[in-house]
Ligand binder design. Structure first.
Ligand SMILES: O=S(=O)(O)CCCN1CCN(CCO[C@@H]2O[C@H](CO)[C@@H](O)[C@H](O)[C@H]2O)CC1
Length: 486
């Protein structure tokens, strides 16, 4: 119960699952070993080392390809109920298609899954966490609708190979982020600068690919394998700069253009892209003298095919921002189409990442918004975490997890939001994309100066171990009022 005494423990519902998450390119290394093909991250970091902090690469990373038994032991020590990891498409299909199947790649994930099950940890597999085979990018990448077929072939191979033991599948991780590879240079591969065009085309293919795999699983495999399949979307919570109608409308546009872009087609009653998106992009496109909207349209059959194509909502959440009405970003771009400007209050506590400010109250508000916006959708938090410079006594991370997991508890137990699992990002320090190894998210420290890449538990490991094993968190007051100006 939630008394007012000291040291009150807040207990999570029975069966609530706690775990951690990683991604293939960020931890595996062995970028060209045992028959693995090149992917677009390998290609970009080798072609443009200057895009990455300290010219770092994921060539070796945490070498989890060779150290996965040790990693699984750490996950067991934490008392993890599950482990969310991603499969490297090019490790399985070096050319991206079924022309070449790499048995050594299949064997690696087979061994990892068996090691997890051996330790009583549920495997939760992300099929795509940003690492497209380079061979498919050479066909145009995600803007090319043929990728729906190639993704279906790849997903079918994974389900056939591991579906007897893997019961939780995530098709895509954060399409909001990886489709930026077609809208902005030097942030995401393939670093194609076609904002307001490339990202819209890429997303159109990704949503159709997701739905194709959802329906394949639902009709061909769920009857025998009895698992579930979903998608992971990320968003900040977005506060309006004031309670003025303009700022509240700007808040909604920020949420619809960043999250509804994917969530509305899948989780809303009516499906399709959010109306505010379709209207604004069409109007801007017409004003630009274009013959058609830069936002592609779904046929009525496609709208129906995508609607409802997910068993739960995978949510990645880290931080909060503030929206005001206005224009930002290049012309054209999705940011500009959106007509709202984001910022963050400078008084909010910081992390090692410029974009990550600590605002646990925002987590609770986001969960409540999702509950209302998508009719009580079932949610799994697939990532949540904090970055610092890798100190072993990581007080900032302990504070982050204490306050965010309290906010999660309040959303579930006080507000009635339907969340059944929570994954902390990340089990290990790892390759933080363009930020290299400078921004550390790990609960376990990795010593990159040591050829053994020694893993060491940080102080937050003790905190999470007690939360994971007791399914309880010590009550921490989250201020209901907070400053929001910038
Ligand atoms: O550079 S800028 O300031 O112009 C913009 C950057 C803002 N993004 C916001 C979204 N965030 C997604 C989180 O990204 C997720 O969380 C983890 C931590 O980042 C990643 O390691 C995971 O792979 C990813 O799933 C990554 C950074």
């Amino acid at each position: 119960d939630d008394g007012d005494g000291e040291n009150v423990k807040r207990t999570f519902p029975a069966g609530f699952m706690f775990g951690t998450a990683t991604a293939a390119y960020q931890v595996e290394g062995a970028w060209n070993e045992d028959g693995k093909g090149e992917n677009i991250w390998d290609h970009m970091v080798h072609e443009h080392p200057e895009y990455i902090r300290d010219n770092a690469t994921g060539d070796i990373a945490d070498d989890s390809y060779h150290k996965y038994e040790e990693d699984v032991r750490l996950l067991a020590e934490l008392g993890s109920d599950f482990y969310r990891f991603s499969i490297s498409w090019a490790r399985i299909l070096p050319k991206g298609d079924l022309s070449q199947i790499n048995q050594l790649g299949l064997n690696y994930y087979d061994n990892l899954i068996n090691e997890l099950l051996d330790k009583g940890i549920e495997p939760l597999v992300t099929m795509y966490h940003w690492d497209l085979p380079q061979a498919l990018q050479e066909l145009g990448g995600w803007p090319n609708p043929i990728l729906v077929d190639y993704f279906e072939d790849y997903a079918r191979l994974l389900i056939e190979s591991y579906g007897d033991r893997v019961k939780h599948w995530i098709t895509f991780n954060e399409p909001l982020e990886f489709t930026m590879g077609y809208a902005k240079e030097a942030y995401m591969p393939p670093s194609i600068n076609k904002p307001g065009v490339g990202d819209y085309l890429a997303t159109h293919t990704v949503l159709l690919a997701h739905a194709r795999v959802y329906h394949m699983y639902d009709t061909e495999y769920r009857p025998t394998q009895q698992g579930n399949i979903s998608i992971t979307l990320n968003t900040d919570w977005v506060e309006p700069a004031s309670d003025s109608p303009e700022d509240i409308a700007a808040q909604d546009r920020m949420l619809q253009f960043n999250f509804g872009w994917f969530a509305h087609p899948i989780f809303s009653e009516e499906g399709d892209y959010p109306q505010v998106m379709r209207e604004r992009v069409a109007a801007n496109s017409e004003a630009e003298g274009l013959p058609r909207s830069r936002l592609p349209t779904f046929t009525p059959e496609e709208v129906a095919f995508i609607r409802g194509s997910s068993d739960f909502l995978g949510l990645n959440h880290y931080t909060t921002s503030i929206a005001t009405s206005g224009e930002e970003g290049p012309n054209p771009s999705r940011d500009r189409d959106r007509g709202s400007v984001g910022c963050q209050d400078p008084t909010w506590p910081t992390s090692a990442s410029s974009w990550l400010k600590v605002a646990p109250w925002g987590f609770r508000k986001l969960l409540n918004w999702l509950h209302k916006e998508y009719n009580g959708v079932t949610i799994m938090v697939t990532e949540n975490g904090f970055s610092d410079s890798g100190e072993l006594n990581d007080a900032g991370r302990e504070n982050y997890y204490k306050t965010y997991i309290n906010a999660l508890w309040e959303a579930i137990m006080i507000d009635g939001v339907n969340v059944f699992a929570y994954a902390a990002w990340s089990a290990l320090d790892n390759f933080e994309w363009t930020r290299g190894y400078a921004e550390r998210f790990g609960i376990y420290h990795v010593n990159y100066d040591d050829p053994n890449l020694t893993r060491t538990p940080k102080s937050s490991a003790q905190l999470l171990k007690s939360i994971f094993t007791e399914k309880m968190v010590e009550k921490v007051e989250t201020p209901s009022e907070y400053s929001r100006s910038c």
